[in-house]
Design a protein. Structure first.
Length: 63
């Protein structure tokens, strides 16, 4: 599938995922597992929630 997450979006998702996971560990809560979602989407570069809306944060190539 075509990637739809740009570099800024990846960075934000990566940081947010790590913070959520760490907060889950600190507060000993299973809610920290939610942090896996932004972490994984940042690593694969594809957000399934963007697909139905045709959203892409990738920079457009100019030729």
């Amino acid at each position: 599938m075509k990637k739809n997450i740009g570099s800024t979006d990846k960075t934000i998702r990566l940081i947010l995922g790590i913070v959520i996971i760490l907060l889950g560990i600190i507060f000993q809560s299973w809610w920290g597992l939610i942090g896996l979602l932004p972490l994984l989407t940042s690593l694969i570069g594809l957000c399934p929630a963007y697909l139905p809306f045709g959203i892409s944060t990738m920079k457009k190539k100019t030729e």
